[in-house]
Design a protein around this ligand. Sequence first.
Ligand SMILES: *[C@@H]1O[C@H](CO)[C@@H](O)[C@H](O)[C@H]1NC(C)=O
Ligand SMILES: *[C@@H]1O[C@H](CO)[C@@H](O)[C@H](O)[C@H]1NC(C)=O
Ligand SMILES: *[C@@H]1O[C@H](CO)[C@@H](O)[C@H](O)[C@H]1NC(C)=O
Ligand SMILES: *[C@@H]1O[C@H](CO)[C@@H](O)[C@H](O)[C@H]1NC(C)=O
Length: 315
Amino acid sequence: MFAKSFTAALVVASISAMAQNTASEMQLAGVKANFQQAQLVPQFLPTFNPSALLNVSFGSDNIEPGTPLAATAVSSAPTLTVIPASNFSSAYPEATTMFTVAMVDADIVGTDESGNQTRHWLANNVALTSGEDGAFGLNYTTDPITNYAGPGPAEGSGAHRYVLLFIDQPSTFTAPAYLSQPNTPLGTFNFQNYLSSTGLGPIVAANYITVENGVATVTVASTSAVQSSTLVAAAAASTSGASSAMSSGASSSMGSASHSGSSSATKAASSAGSAASSAVASASVTAAKSGASALMPAGLAGLVGVGALAVGLVF
Ligand SMILES: *[C@@H]1O[C@H](CO)[C@@H](O)[C@H](O)[C@H]1NC(C)=O
Ligand SMILES: *[C@@H]1O[C@H](CO)[C@@H](O)[C@H](O)[C@H]1NC(C)=O
Ligand SMILES: *[C@@H]1O[C@H](CO)[C@@H](O)[C@H](O)[C@H]1NC(C)=O
Ligand SMILES: *[C@@H]1O[C@H](CO)[C@@H](O)[C@H](O)[C@H]1NC(C)=O
């Protein structure tokens, strides 16, 4: 047996830190970078260009992308709200657009997503409702195809990535026979095939959590730090006032802190501050996970949060 190393450093858009209910270019770029670093893009989602943030709440918290949570904390369906970017409403008018909501287990980092994934939640015909300050609530106008079924990863199988998806559902959408009836139990399907065969898409907003059961019997880590300059470049095209605040962080390393922590599924261990510029997290340990929240350059405070995730794998 040999081990490969893999560590993904994640930059997240801090939903909870938002002062307003409009998603900025910077926040969208943060979510995108996070999905790329977690290898959800392009493996699970070939492309992902969000037009909104998906605010996921399992209770009182707003989940940042990649947040590790205990299975017991996510046994009931979350409340989802949609925080639109400035271009959202023209593309997806509130009165006429339907969406599909899904939660899919993309399994651990490194999984071959051409196979099937486990479907934990699938609801078609989801409409928007006006919420506070421009955010949208969701109106599930028909019974879910698959009712929310909380994560239950096998013991020792590592930190599974459960992806929550908010998908444009065009008027031409027709549910495939195998997923047309409410109360279809949790099961496997190929998410990309489901999208392409039904004409669903694009993914308008997404978020994800990780849930792990016990100590991973696997190892490893690789490395790749998200540089804030990546986000700055992405945001440069933005007309939002956030861009001036970003320049001070242009060359900073973000999300490269690597802390080994307990692999038990607990909420993000905090510790920030030991930002190495390139986290070559080694990997000998069992799945080490961490989240950091205080690494941002001063100019970014309040706009972007930083998290790091190291996942162990043995091939
Ligand atoms: C809205 O803007 C974001 C960020 O630039 C982009 O990724 C997305 O594709 C745009 N959405 C639409 C519907 O044009
Ligand atoms: C996110 O959702 C929670 C629960 O619905 C809500 O309390 C919170 O205000 C939302 N956050 C934002 C920024 O809209
Ligand atoms: C939800 O959708 C149903 C069916 O279209 C509609 O009758 C109801 O008024 C909607 N509820 C809200 C809160 O928008
Ligand atoms: C994948 O899911 C599809 C749709 O449910 C099913 O037809 C197919 O048999 C599954 N493939 C495997 C390998 O389980």
